[in-house]
Design a protein around this ligand. Structure first.
Ligand code: AOF
Ligand code: ZN
Length: 373
């Protein structure tokens, strides 16, 4: 590994982040061309269907790319059926790059090492694994979706310090602060879909749109197995697509009314009268790469207990609500034995204004019998 490799890779990651929200289901990719220790070209993948990071950076570098080093947070692509752009591996060879430094391989089964192999065969020096962990976290959505073809699921909950998402009067506004709410809008722009249970629609009437930050509007999804969603709900307002995920229990009249309001009704198989979440995720995976689950507490437990959450983002406000009738962040039956609790790995803590944001990755363990909702 050369001296400045990490520094230039850090720059590639920084550039990649500029595509935040616009590239899905493509990854975030940044590229830096370095000649004699100096940056001569930079680029990033700015939007889905647009030029790849390498193409932009090599174009900027022009002739100076000959004999230069190229830093990439992701392995360059090769050709495959249905591809929208010229393969970057070929562009790199044509430009006469001498050394390619990548953070990670591209897990796309159509690429998966072929890009690097091709470069090596052509005599280009390839270095792998520089800032690999950072690069994998940056593209955790892509790394999941491209292989599983189901959305990467993030469970986001805003709660009091004592873990309540609503007081005993069911009121939930506003427990977390301004900074947290802003960050939630950034999340909504980053992830392709937002899901809530109909209970949340009835209690809070959220519109589930992105406001105050740059980004595309996510697909709004309401879990509503019986069709209780009010026709005047804000989530049905124009401005973003809305899917109401339901079962055969929704009256066809309700379905017709919802469709007339522009919503899409998905009738899915039921599990004990509730929408089968695996079926829902399978179908959502055809529409988007990621899903932000925003509650409420029953929905949170349903996803968690079935091992369907990839990442949690819990916001804690510096306030205690108390009350045995208050709404806990995660409801359902919970586990009987604390040893059967859902472990969360790689916890990270951040301050967001006065609040704390805790993120981590639930470990897909096997819950003991009787502990599954
Ligand atoms: C790169 N550089 O900037 C990106 C890559 O349909 P296309 O042509 O846009 O190709 C999409 C695939 O290319 C995507 O699934 C992923 O494997 C890779 N993304 N590769 O070399 C980039 N965005
Ligand atoms: Zn490419």
């Amino acid at each position: 590994m050369g001296e400045g490799d990490e520094g230039f890779m850090r720059r590639a990651l920084e550039l990649a982040r500029k595509g935040w929200g616009w590239t899905r289901p493509n990854p975030l990719v940044g590229a830096v061309v370095v000649k004699d220790g100096e940056v001569v070209g930079e680029g990033y993948h700015a939007c889905y269907g647009g030029p790849h990071a390498e193409a932009v950076a090599l174009h900027e570098a022009g002739d100076r790319a000959r004999g230069a080093d190229l830093y990439l947070n992701l392995e360059p692509c090769v050709d495959f059926p249905g591809k929208k752009t010229f393969p970057c591996t070929d562009a790199i060879l044509r430009a006469g790059i001498r050394r390619v430094i990548v953070a990670t391989r591209d897990p796309n089964p159509c690429v998966d090492g072929r890009g690097l192999a091709r470069l090596r065969e052509a005599g280009v020096e390839v270095v792998e694994g520089v800032l690999a962990d950072e690069a994998r976290v940056l593209n955790e959505v892509f790394f999941h979706w491209i292989r599983a073809r189901t959305p990467f699921v993030v469970l986001k909950l805003g709660m009091s310090l004592d873990g309540k998402i609503a007081s005993r009067t069911r009121r939930s506004r506003w427990i977390t602060g301004e900074g947290s709410r802003r960050l939630v809008h950034l999340f909504r722009a980053r992830y392709g879909g937002i899901l809530v249970g109909v209970g949340t629609v009835l209690a809070d009437d959220p519109s589930l749109t992105v406001r105050g930050v740059e980004g595309p509007q996510p697909l709004r999804v309401v879990l509503d197995s019986e069709g209780r969603i009010p026709l005047g709900a804000k989530v049905l307002s124009p401005g973003a697509r809305t899917v109401v995920a339901t079962t055969e229990r929704m009256p066809s009249e309700t379905e017709a009314q919802l469709c007339a309001k522009g919503a899409e009704v998905w009738r899915l198989p039921g599990e004990g009268g509730r929408v089968d979440l695996r079926e829902l995720l399978g179908r959502l995976g055809e529409e988007t790469d990621s899903l932000l689950v925003e509650g409420g507490s029953e929905v949170a437990w349903s996803f968690l207990s079935q091992g369907l959450v990839h990442k949690v983002a819990f916001f804690y406000a510096p306030v205690v609500l108390g009350g045995r009738e208050a709404v806990p962040a995660v409801g359902g039956d919970g586990v009987e034995d604390p040893a059967a609790g859902i472990r969360v790995r790689d916890l990270q803590i951040e301050r967001v204004g006065e609040d704390l944001l805790v993120t981590g990755y639930p470990v897909p363990g096997v819950p003991s019998p009787g502990d599954v909702a």
